[in-house]
Design a protein around this ligand. Sequence first.
Ligand SMILES: CC(C)(COP(=O)(O)OP(=O)(O)OC[C@H]1O[C@@H](n2cnc3c(N)ncnc32)[C@H](O)[C@@H]1OP(=O)(O)O)[C@@H](O)C(=O)NCCC(=O)NCCS
Length: 160
Amino acid sequence: MDSFAVREAVLEDAQGISEVLQEIAAAGKRKKRCDVDFAREHYVADPDRIRCSVAVQGEQILGFQSLKWAVENNPYGAPAGWGVIGTHIRPSAARRGVGRALFRATLLAAQESGLSAIDATISPTNAEGLAFYSAMGFVDYRQHDGARCKCFSVTRGREP
Ligand SMILES: CC(C)(COP(=O)(O)OP(=O)(O)OC[C@H]1O[C@@H](n2cnc3c(N)ncnc32)[C@H](O)[C@@H]1OP(=O)(O)O)[C@@H](O)C(=O)NCCC(=O)NCCS
């Protein structure tokens, strides 16, 4: 695909992030909220945010990746003090290295924040999500409410 840039998300990106989620939902790959308020509150302006990065081509956001602190009693059941990651790429931009490029930025932010590890909680039926995180170096470490949880050791280090 033509080149794209990765940068930190700003409040004005909530609309574009919502559109990414809507395209994923339209492809039958998402059932949760996709609206602009959700994008703003859950990703761009979340108080637990460490970094939310967007991949941009021209005016369009191709995808984004969120890294947040795992606070006590977080909904993913991740160990407190770890990071929790989420990755969402437009189906029309999938399998072109966007997720991989976003993870480079996320990993830098994780290192700068002193995180030891990152949790990725994925539905067991989400084959592409499981394959993506495995390709980034995440390994299975637990299950939570029927989801598969993979972890990445930041301190051990591994280039995606
Ligand atoms: C899963 C997802 C994040 C992957 O993003 P992407 O930008 O398409 O991934 P990349 O192109 O950077 O792929 C990196 C590597 O991941 C693996 N991978 C990615 N998509 C894959 C797929 N559909 N099947 C198998 N392996 C896949 C491959 O090893 C790939 O490397 P390669 O293309 O050189 O073989 C994207 O498809 C997506 O957003 N899906 C919907 C939302 C979702 O399920 N998110 C994950 C759970 S939070």
